[in-house]
Design a protein around this ligand. Structure first.
Ligand code: NAD
Length: 303
């Protein structure tokens, strides 16, 4: 699609300088993404509507810098203070006015993301690319809320972002080849490989992953397995998975799993994605997994 946009090193904001990274949403994913870019030396502006989320995110990054290597086998080059010093934490979206690339990681609700994109569009410079970090929401639909649909792309980071070497990049209907190239080059610069897929609810990863974790919950709910630990151990020790499906769900955040299943179910109208009642009950109880200190397991050290 010809949008009249010409890609140059200057428009990328690269002319000898690192691109300014914007991160919106300071929850589980925004925290990891900001950490990843800041630890690689990028200036980052992180915006969340909640002061409490920003404070928690800063605390988590300071803790995680000492826990996580940047990529497998590579040790952090910066100490915790140096990493957080590269991040401006703010509740004001206008702080993104100099961004070259924004990774958006707000709550997995269509109405929240759809309301955000016109605001981002009015605040960020025209050359800025919007990377949508979503589990299942249509990139095309969000892009259509902006006047830069060719510069909107899915950047589905995995959790925890500072540790995962591969990003699922999603090409929306409007996404230009230049945007795909810019995105992959940026990811490459932070040591991330990428695989490009086309836009569809849940993409490749979550069409499979959400179905799997949901089915594991049904097996517990129906009493087929006696415990979450039994389910997870079968996957670890029989199939060699690093984590079982229920520990994975706790890591993702059970609220995010529920929202993602609802988006995929609504989009595909396929009953196999109906969320397990046990999941809905746990979310109602406030048991959101690692981030809340309790899910299928307990996490006494949760920040
Ligand atoms: P989260 O609930 O942990 O954090 C969401 C954050 O967004 C919160 O801090 C909230 O205050 C903030 N927020 C909500 N509305 C906002 C707005 N209008 N402006 C600014 N901030 C706002 O969620 P998460 O797990 O970090 O997920 C974020 C996105 O990443 C979702 O779309 C999710 O599907 C996707 N994702 C999650 C995972 C995972 O493992 N958790 C993995 C890949 C992608």
């Amino acid at each position: 699609m010809n949008t009249g946009y010409e890609y140059t090193r200057e428009t990328e904001g690269e002319a000898g300088m690192m691109q300014n990274i914007g991160v919106v949403g300071a929850g589980t994913m925004g925290t990891g993404v900001a950490h990843l870019f800041a630890a690689r030396g990028y200036p980052v502006v992180m915006v969340d509507s909640s002061e409490a989320a920003l404070a928690r995110s800063r605390e988590l990054i300071e803790r995680n810098v000492t826990l996580y290597p940047l990529v497998d086998g590579e040790q952090p080059r910066l100490d915790a203070r140096e990493v957080t010093r590269r991040i401006v934490f703010s509740t004001n979206l206008r702080e993104l006015k100099d961004s070259d690339f924004v990774v958006e990681n707000v709550t997995e609700k269509r109405e929240i993301k759809e309301a955000l994109y016109p605001q981002l569009d009015s605040v960020c410079p025209p050359h800025c690319v919007f990377g949508v970090n979503t589990s299942a929401i249509s990139i095309t639909r969000l892009a259509a809320r902006t006047a830069r649909a060719d510069r909107v792309i899915g950047t589905h980071f995995m959790n925890p972002a500072p540790l995962k070497p591969l990003v699922e990049v999603i090409r929306g209907t409007h996404t230009s080849p230049e945007t795909v190239d810019r995105t992959r080059a940026l990811l490459d610069g932070v040591g991330r490989d990428s695989i490009v897929v086309n836009d569809a609810a849940g993409f490749v990863t979550n069409r499979v992953m959400m179905l799997t974790v949901n089915e594991a919950m049904f097996l517990l709910h129906e009493g087929v397995a006696d415990s979450a630990a039994d389910v997870d151990r079968l996957f670890r020790d029989c199939f060699g998975h690093r984590m079982g499906p229920l520990e994975t769900a706790d890591l993702i955040g059970l609220d995010t799993v529920l929202l993602s299943l609802e988006v995929i179910y609504d989009s595909l109208r396929d009953s196999k994605y109906r969320p397990c009642p046990l999941l809905a009950r746990m979310v109602d109880a406030g048991w959101h997994g690692v981030k809340s200190g309790r899910g299928f397991y307990e996490y006494p050290d949760a920040v």
